[in-house]
Write a protein that binds this ligand. Structure first.
Ligand code: BT5
Length: 259
């Protein structure tokens, strides 16, 4: 990644400190360690390649050199933000979706942490936290975006089809500018985290609304129902076949296969 372009792109953002790596295990691991040792709010770790990028439940996230965005933003939540931390994943997803939308792309959020482009996964988000005793000290917002085609893993490695920005926009897309727009989006959304309009925008961006979905909850159990929207804490709201309301806090959503 061109470091001059990176500096230029980030120069107007009110970030903390920035650490850049040509290659790293996982930017989230670096950010978690840095947060523990006192990183400032909005400090950023960014890498051109990851050798041990992670998804949820320790799944692998692939970041081949020179093809993607892989970064972790450290957030020190304010007292006003602390009641709304379960919304942070939505804030990150909306910021990614908005950055793609301003490039004319049609995006959707596959709850909770994927951004889809033409129905395929173009970005993933991993939120992790640092605790100080019983108090949450920091959150790390890890974001991976497939910018060039070379970032998209082979189909057999995927649970859900993937794509890149290049597939829709051609090869001229500039990673540094996409990064700048995502970060600017997070910074702009942050003051609205606790508002009803924030939840409304997140809900509006959701994929599969009104459709029958199946949610694998990661512990062997799954829920099925019609995807209605979000609870105020960002949980997913479904209605079962007999009209009962179901709330899901964690999982992988997919369209329910037709019987
Ligand atoms: C995610 O998890 O989608 C979260 C990905 C977060 C990655 C960022 S990169 C910067 C920071 N540092 C890290 O170490 N991580 C964060 P999940 O929903 O669990 O999806 C993981 C699944 O996505 C894998 O099991 C694969 O099937 C698929 N996958 C892996 N790499 C992919 C890629 N480049 N594009 C699309 N899908 C991918």
């Amino acid at each position: 990644m061109n470091q001059n372009e990176l500096k230029k792109a980030l120069s107007r953002l009110p970030l903390g400190d920035v650490r850049y790596f040509d290659s790293i295990g996982s930017t989230n691991n670096e950010a978690l360690a840095w947060a523990t040792s006192g990183a400032k709010d909005l400090s950023l770790v960014i890498a051109d390649a990851q050798t041990a990028g992670r998804g949820r439940l320790d799944r692998k996230w692939f970041t081949p050199k020179g093809t993607a965005l892989a970064f972790s933003l450290i957030l020190r939540p304010t007292a006003e933000e602390k009641p709304y931390l379960t919304r942070i994943v939505g804030m990150a997803a909306l910021a990614v979706a908005d950055a793609l939308r301003t490039r004319g792309l049609s995006t959707q959020i596959k709850w909770p942490n994927d951004v889809l482009l033409n129905g395929r996964k173009a970005a993933g988000i991993l939120i992790e936290s640092v605790w100080s005793g019983d108090e949450l000290d920091c959150l790390v917002i890890g974001i991976g975006v497939n910018v060039l085609k070379g970032a998209v893993p082979a189909t057999e490695l995927l649970q859900f089809p993937a794509t890149s920005l290049e597939e829709s926009l051609g090869p001229a897309v500039e990673r540094e500018k996409v990064l700048r727009d995502i970060l600017a989006g997070i910074i702009a959304l942050r003051p609205h985290l606790g508002t009803d309009s924030f939840i409304a925008s997140w809900e509006k961006a959701l994929a599969f609304r009104g459709e029958q979905v199946q949610i694998e909850e990661g512990n062997g159990s799954s829920s099925t129902g019609k995807l209605l929207g979000l609870e105020p804490d960002g949980s997913l709201r479904l209605s079962s076949e007999d009209g009962e309301s179901i709330t899901v806090r964690f999982g992988d959503v997919r369209l329910r296969p037709r019987a």
